[in-house]
Design a protein. Structure first.
Length: 158
């Protein structure tokens, strides 16, 4: 069975978003084993560029340590490429067929360190718009579920 690891920064505080993520993880369980790794984000005293860069590097150390060996790594970042649902399904299917392991990374509100982006096999943007991190977790889990249903030829994706 395919293994999907979701590495996220910061706590998911909104109960309704947590329930939505759990619902899609439950649906995904028919196609993949999903592991969510929630790491703490760095708290900043100011938003000075040097402090943000330092925080991203500290977060990068924790992120990089949690990436499963042999996984196809996808960083969600604003400069990433946008895909259709079918395009994402193709990426998921290729990774599934190669190693059976996928790892998706959602950074903190300041994004991801250049080291994490460099480690990624793909950089994906779900939109030019900005979404709250909790909502992005819902969007990602739904998109993964949709990808697997496309690959399985199910009618969920119309």
């Amino acid at each position: 069975m395919t293994r999907c690891t979701l590495i996220t920064l910061g706590a998911l505080k909104e109960d309704y978003l947590a329930r939505a993520v759990e619902e899609y993880k439950k649906r995904l369980s028919a196609y993949a084993a999903v592991e969510e790794i929630n790491l703490r984000d760095e708290k900043l005293l100011t938003e000075k560029e040097s402090e943000v860069a330092s925080a991203l590097e500290a977060e990068a150390d924790r992120i990089l340590a949690k990436i499963p060996e042999g996984a196809f790594v996808v960083a969600l970042c604003v400069e990433g490429k946008e895909y259709t649902s079918e395009g994402l399904a193709e990426i998921v299917g290729d990774a599934r067929d190669r190693s059976g392991k996928l790892c998706f990374i959602i950074g903190s509100s300041y994004g991801l360190s250049p080291r994490v982006k460099a480690r990624a096999d793909a950089r994906i943007s779900f939109s030019k718009m900005t979404f709250p991190h909790g909502l992005m977790r819902v969007i990602l889990t739904e998109a993964l579920y949709r990808s697997f249903t496309i690959l399985a030829g199910k009618k969920y994706h119309k």
